[in-house]
Design a protein around this ligand. Structure first.
Ligand SMILES: Nc1nc2c(ncn2[C@@H]2O[C@H](COP(=O)(O)OP(=O)(O)OP(=O)(O)O)[C@@H](O)[C@H]2O)c(=O)[nH]1
Ligand SMILES: [Mg+2]
Length: 471
């Protein structure tokens, strides 16, 4: 029911009561006045109608005022960027900054996602080893006699490890189905997932964390994973230290995602019977967002209490059409670009370099008229990964030819990317807004909290300048 129809309903009820009391009072004066019965009925009706009309006006005014106050108290912030750019991680950092107790309460619920990330990493390694061994047979059949990383002995050892790990790998399916195929995982009570207003989701919506926490099946799947992990932890460690894996990581540049690497290095802690994910673990987990998720946070400032509505979106190409349904009344937009991804391509389009995709995406956002009143903040994220790649000798010019002969070091690369993103904004921003830029490592709590405070301050100042102080 619309607010307006609610008002009219309320007024209809009140009108009837008012009319009744007016009529009874007039009735007592009727006999002395000598008015005809039609005159007698007309005047009170006109009076009643005027009162009703006044009441409607009054209620409408109150409603308008209430809405105005509410919108002044509400700040809408959208987190945008390609998949895996760090949007959900930033959302968690906001939560940590403004409502750390809620993240604290959520920690046990993330256990199932941690196990799913770990098992996925183990499975990926085994699949890559299969491929590696098949290559070694095709490319270097003579290698099988050597004592190298892909010799017969190594292959047999891995075969044995794989056999022991089968019970663990077989749990991936049940964990994934509890997570609705690894889609959105939302904050306890505050986060809610809902379909886009006009566009449609590419996948069905997922169950919220509260469901997961209360779900008997999720609890069974989590406990089973914990039990099997406890029994196989030494096998995982042996696999992770195996010379064939080391060879793949170094020589073949096998790339595991950030969460996989992190959890493999921590597997012993994860396998403890009383394991509860730490805040760092929660920041490291990888769970793809599907659709648009709204998170509400209460933000206290010297100017009063505000409700921040943070919209975290799914970043794959197929999900981007859904974003614009939320653009019209957004106060600020935080765009995340992972600058470490210069040597990576989109999963959904293996021919598109991820930096190129980020630049194009930023360009289209800057030129979107619906966003002309939104403040723009650009976070050049995953600087830690960029640094590691450059230290390992990965050459930017091999992937981005325009990088030319510039030194392949962090400061030159960071400045190069910053210049290009700023240029993309300047070229396309018809509204001449300032673009605020920060370099970030979203897993670094201390550094990110400083940036969140500064970005928050910026957004609040503009919001207050536009709407005035709360009274
Ligand atoms: N090393 C490193 N990892 C990061 C950083 N930021 C995010 N990550 C990790 O990158 C992975 C992807 O991050 P998400 O926040 O899930 O990415 P997203 O943008 O929400 O992705 P979608 O939901 O698919 O659109 C997670 O495992 C994060 O822990 C960073 O600055 N450095
Ligand atoms: Mg996400």
């Amino acid at each position: 029911m619309s607010d307006l129809s609610r008002i009219s309903r309320r007024l209809t009820g009140r009108t009837r009561t008012t009319c009744r009391s007016v009529t009874s009072r007039k009735c007592s004066t009727d006999t002395s006045s000598g008015l005809s019965s039609s005159q007698f009925h007309q005047e009170p009706t006109a009076e009643a109608a005027r009162r009703v009309s006044d009441l409607i006006d009054e209620d409408l005014k109150k409603e308008a005022l209430r809405r105005q106050t509410e919108s002044r108290k509400e700040v809408k912030v959208m987190l945008l960027g390609q998949a895996e750019s760090g949007k959900s991680t930033l959302q968690k950092q906001f939560q940590l900054y403004h409502a750390s107790h809620t993240l604290e309460l959520e920690r046990p619920s993330w256990r199932i996602v941690v196990y799913a990330n770990l098992i996925k990493a183990v499975r990926t390694i085994l699949e890559e080893l299969d491929y590696e061994f098949s290559l070694s047979l095709d490319e270097y059949p003579w290698v099988s006699e050597d004592s190298g990383p892909t010799d017969v002995a190594a292959q047999n050892e891995v075969l044995e490890l794989r056999r022991k790990l089968l019970p663990l790998i077989s749990l991936e399916g049940s964990l994934s189905s509890e997570l609705s195929e690894g889609v959105a995982f939302v904050g306890q009570r505050r986060g809610k997932l809902f379909p886009p207003r006009r566009a449609t989701c590419t996948r069905p919506s997922t169950r919220p964390v509260t469901d997961l926490r209360d779900s008997v099946n999720a609890a069974i799947a989590t406990n089973r994973a914990a039990q099997v992990l406890g029994m196989t932890v030494h096998v995982i460690e042996a696999l992770w230290r195996h010379r064939s894996v080391e060879h793949m990581l170094l020589a073949r540049k096998l790339r595991l995602d950030e969460s996989g690497l992190y959890f493999l290095n921590q597997v012993h802690r994860l396998a403890q019977p009383d394991y509860i994910p730490s805040t760092d673990d929660v920041l490291h987990v990888r769970l793809q967002t599907v659709g648009v998720i709204e998170h509400s946070l209460k933000v206290n400032t010297v100017a009063g209490s505000y409700i921040w509505k943070i919209y975290d979106v799914g970043g794959t190409r197929s999900q981007r059409p859904a974003w614009c349904s939320y653009f019209d009344d957004v106060n600020a937009l935080i765009f995340l670009a992972p600058i470490s991804a210069f040597d990576q391509y989109l999963e959904e389009d293996p021919l598109t370099n991820r930096i190129h995709d980020s630049l194009k995406l930023l360009t289209s956002i800057c030129s979107n008229k619906l966003l002309k009143n939104a403040q723009l903040v650009l976070l050049l994220n995953k600087t830690d990964v960029l640094r590691k790649k450059l230290e390992a000798g990965v050459q930017i010019r091999q992937y981005i030819t325009s990088y030319g002969n510039r030194p392949n070091n962090f400061s030159t690369a960071a400045e190069y990317f910053r210049t290009h993103f700023l240029a993309a904004h300047q070229k396309k921003d018809a509204f001449q807004r300032t673009l605020y830029v920060h370099f970030t490592t979203m897993l670094d709590v201390q550094a990110t909290q400083i940036i969140i405070a500064s970005v928050g301050d910026l957004i609040m100042r503009k919001h207050i300048a536009q709407t005035g102080l709360l009274v």
